[in-house]
Design a protein around this ligand. Structure first.
Ligand code: VG1
Ligand code: CO
Length: 543
């Protein structure tokens, strides 16, 4: 087979963010743009000749074209085997599962996750290492260095591969396997959770709605929930993966999963409601007329570990991202477990999971997962909840209220200000950083500032240091305000403000979080001066 070497010049800005390289799809469609990035990934790696590369995607617009390019480049660069999801589809957690199970060298995941898809929308690519997890910063920075000096890429001159027929073929010296990851993924889930118990729950008439948001999890959810576990046909809605997600914004939160939320707060509501994002690593949990905050979901999953067969022998520890509420810290303390606080992004959990320091991890952004893979996992969290419900006989709202009664409630909310002018956003952060020294001991209403800093993380395993991970305002009473700039957006800057307040008094647990947090929200506006500095008077999304 003819291998072409194509001359190229670097593109600016190919630095991976919180979760890979994300850009508008027309940026990726520029000749050489995707090729440069993929070659830079390969250039930054060593000793992969003859080894296996897994390729998965969330099915968004440009997924198929990108996979064809990657196949030809992986062949030209000497991979021995490619494992590709049928139709180019593989959820992010399933890709992680496949990399681990088949001991692949690594994987490329084509996804912009929870960002919208379709022409004019977003595309993304991410490299995962042999443990199945996102490449750590050391590697993503190495890739970025390669993108700045690339001069050529290699590509096989061959016809497109049929992605829709399961099976194997050989291209040059590379074996190409088209696989159905639903089977491997289901098998893994069946070992972690008590499928018989969950089956009996559905047999007893328990009802559920799962919104796949026209994204990648539809086939997995239909197979596991409807076929294997016996939930009623029609439990899974928006179950066909579409390249523009049917116009939906595939982010499972109160704003973008509105139709599910409306349904769960209507008279027709089922007992349980859930949704996932574009690539299947996020989850939203709802009960009948009840919303579970993701930070509470993490705490509850940890507190109820003995209900799930995959975890009932105990957890080695837990970890949460810094902005995630400290609800899980209270559970860990109560159980005598260590609790780690990492920067935002799943790549920071990898070392803790590999070193067995943490078994379960989570983020406030609808992400929860465990050491079964090295990505967060939407369906995993949903099955975990089903397992807890089946084992305890309690409803979602009963479980959460019982949890608050025992541990107290961490009122929590995140405010997102999208498409903010980048210069204005950066200036606002610079000013806050500069004020840090004068903040300690200062009073805002009744809240006294105990600590005001820019979060820095030292990885407990490899001692690598990650700085500037978000401004933290920690108050004496345990309340917190955090400011971060998003690393997954594709236009302008997104400012995220996270607000948290602990309430031990059970008689106040029924309060609306926005009411409970109202004074802290005003303080968050005051400290940052966000309204004047960005011109934005209110957030675009509140979760
Ligand atoms: C967001 C979330 C973060 C999550 C990341 C990837 O990042 O806040 O918690 O890990 O998305 O999620 P940022 O930098 O925009 O705040 V996903 O579902 O893209 O894989
Ligand atoms: Co995602």
């Amino acid at each position: 087979m003819n291998i072409k070497t194509v001359q190229t010049k670097p593109f600016e800005g190919q630095r991976p963010g919180t979760s890979g390289l994300r850009k508008k799809v027309d940026v990726f469609q520029q000749p050489g743009y995707l090729e440069n990035f993929v070659q830079s990934v390969f250039n930054s790696l060593e000793n992969f000749k003859g080894k296996t590369l897994v390729i998965g995607g969330d099915g968004r617009y440009f997924n198929r074209e990108a996979i064809q390019v990657i196949i030809k480049m992986a062949v030209a660069n000497g991979f021995g085997e490619l494992m590709i999801g049928k139709g180019g589809l593989m959820s992010t957690p399933a890709t992680s599962c496949i990399i681990r199970k088949y001991k692949a060298f690594g994987g490329l995941i084509l996804s912009a996750s929870h960002n919208p898809g379709g022409p004019g929308q977003d595309f993304g690519i991410k490299y995962n290492i042999e443990n199945g997890g996102p490449a750590p910063e050391k590697i993503t920075e190495g890739i970025y260095e390669q993108t700045k000096k690339i001069t050529e890429y290699k590509i096989a001159d061959t016809a497109d591969v049929d992605l829709d027929t399961l099976g194997e073929k050989v291209l040059g010296e590379t074996r190409i396997k088209i696989i159905d990851s639903v089977i491997d993924y289901t098998e893994m889930m069946s070992k972690l959770f008590d499928f018989d118990l969950i089956k009996r729950l559905f047999q007893k008439g328990f009802t559920m709605r799962y919104d796949a948001m026209n994204a990648v999890t539809g086939p997995y959810a239909k197979h596991i929930l409807e076929k294997v576990l016996g939930a009623k046909a029609g439990t899974v809605v928006h179950g066909e993966p579409k390249d523009d997600f049917g116009g939906l914004h595939p982010d499972p939160n109160l704003v973008y999963a509105k139709s599910l939320v409306d349904f769960m707060f209507s008279n027709e509501a089922t007992d349980f409601g859930a949704a996932s994002d574009g690539d299947g690593d996020r989850n939203m949990i709802l009960g009948n007329h009840f919303y579970v905050n993701p930070s509470d979901s993490l705490a509850l999953i940890v507190a109820n570990f003995w209900n799930a067969p995959g975890y009932d022998r105990g957890l080695t520890g837990v970890a949460r991202s810094m902005p995630t509420s400290s609800a899980v810290d209270r559970v860990a303390r109560g159980m005598g477990m260590s609790c780690y606080e990492t920067p935002t992004g799943w790549k920071f959990f990898g070392n803790l999971l590999d070193a067995n320091k943490a078994t379960i991890c989570g983020e406030e952004s609808f992400g929860t997962g465990s050491n079964h893979v090295r990505e967060k996992d939407g369906l995993w969290a949903i099955l975990y909840w089903l397992n807890i419900i089946a084992a305890t006989g309690l409803s979602v709202s009963e479980l959460v209220k019982k949890h608050w009664k025992k541990y107290g409630r961490n009122f929590y909310s995140r405010y997102d200000f999208e498409k903010v002018d980048s210069a204005a956003a950066n200036a606002m952060f610079d000013e806050m950083r500069a004020s840090a020294a004068s903040q300690e001991g200062k009073f805002y209403g009744n809240y006294e500032v105990e600590k005001f800093d820019d979060f820095e993380y030292i990885d407990p395993v490899d001692k690598s240091v990650s700085s500037h991970q978000g401004i933290r305002v920690l108050f004496k009473d345990g309340s917190r305000i955090i400011y971060r700039l998003s690393g997954t957006g594709t236009s302008g800057a997104t400012v995220r403000i996270y607000i948290e307040k602990y309430e031990p008094d059970n008689s106040k647990h029924g309060m609306d979080p926005q009411e409970a947090l109202a004074d802290l929200v005003e303080i968050a506006y005051q400290i940052s001066g966000i309204k004047a500095k960005t011109g934005k008077q209110k957030p675009d999304v509140i979760t």
